[in-house]
Design a protein around this ligand. Structure first.
Ligand SMILES: CC(C)(COP(=O)(O)OP(=O)(O)OC[C@H]1O[C@@H](n2cnc3c(N)ncnc32)[C@H](O)[C@@H]1OP(=O)(O)O)[C@@H](O)C(=O)NCCC(=O)NCCS
Length: 146
C-alpha cells in the first residue's frame, strides 16, 4: 500500500478522533509533513511530523481499527523516520498514552520529560494536549562516527 504525503484536514481529523487522539490543534501547515494511506474519504492510516531542525516530534499515529495488526502502523513509523532523517533530524521525540510498548519494540526509549529540548517543550502536544502521564520517548536517527 502506498504512503502518500499531505492528507486532507477533514479526513486526517476524522481518523484521529476515531482513534482517540488529539486533532483540534492540527492546521494546514502541519499537514505538509503528515502521511497517510488509503483512498476515498476514510483514511486507513496516518502519521505526522513536526520538524524543528535537528529534532522533530512524531505525532498522530493512527491506524483504522479494521486495518490494525497488519503492519501498517510499523510502516508508517518507518516512513516518517526516513523522511525525518533525510531532512537532517537527529533525534525523533514523541508522547504517547497508549502505545509505549509498540514504540519500545521499534527502537524508542523512554526519557524524563525534563530532558526535552526547547523546540519540543514548546509544541502544543508537549505543552498541554498530551497529559503529564504520557510516556515521553526518543529515537536517535543519527549516530556519531567512531
Ligand atoms: C498503535 C497503532 C498505530 C499500531 O498500528 P498497527 O497497524 O496495528 O501496527 P502493526 O500492525 O505494525 O503492529 C501492531 C503490533 O500489535 C500486534 N498485533 C497483533 N494482532 C493485532 C491486532 N489484531 N491489532 C493490533 N495489533 C496487533 C502486532 O503483532 C504488532 O506487534 P509488535 O509490536 O510485537 O510488532 C494502532 O494500534 C492504533 O492506531 N492505535 C490507536 C491510536 C494510538 O494509540 N496511536 C499511538 C499514539 S502515539
Amino acid at each position: 500500500m502506498d504512503i502518500i504525503a499531505h492528507p486532507s484536514e477533514s479526513a486526517a481529523k476524522r481518523l484521529l478522533v476515531e482513534a482517540g487522539l488529539p486533532a483540534a490543534d492540527i492546521t494546514a501547515k502541519h499537514l505538509q509533513d503528515f502521511f497517510f494511506c488509503g483512498s476515498g474519504p476514510d483514511l486507513e492510516g496516518l502519521v505526522g511530523l513536526e520538524l524543528y531542525g535537528e529534532v522533530a516530534l512524531l505525532r498522530s499515529l493512527a491506524v483504522a481499527t479494521r486495518r490494525q495488526g497488519s503492519g501498517l502502523g510499523s510502516r508508517l513509523v518507518e516512513h516518517a523516520e526516513h523522511y525525518a532523517r533525510d531532512r537532517g533530524v537527529k533525534s525523533l521525540y514523541l508522547l504517547t498514552m497508549t502505545a509505549e510498548a509498540f514504540f519500545l519494540r521499534r527502537g524508542y526509549a523512554r526519557l524524563p520529560r525534563e530532558s526535552a529540548p526547547e523546540a519540543i517543550r514548546n509544541t502544543k502536544e508537549f505543552g498541554g494536549i498530551c497529559p503529564l502521564s504520557s510516556a515521553f520517548m526518543v529515537k536517535r536517527l543519527w549516530s556519531q562516527p567512531l
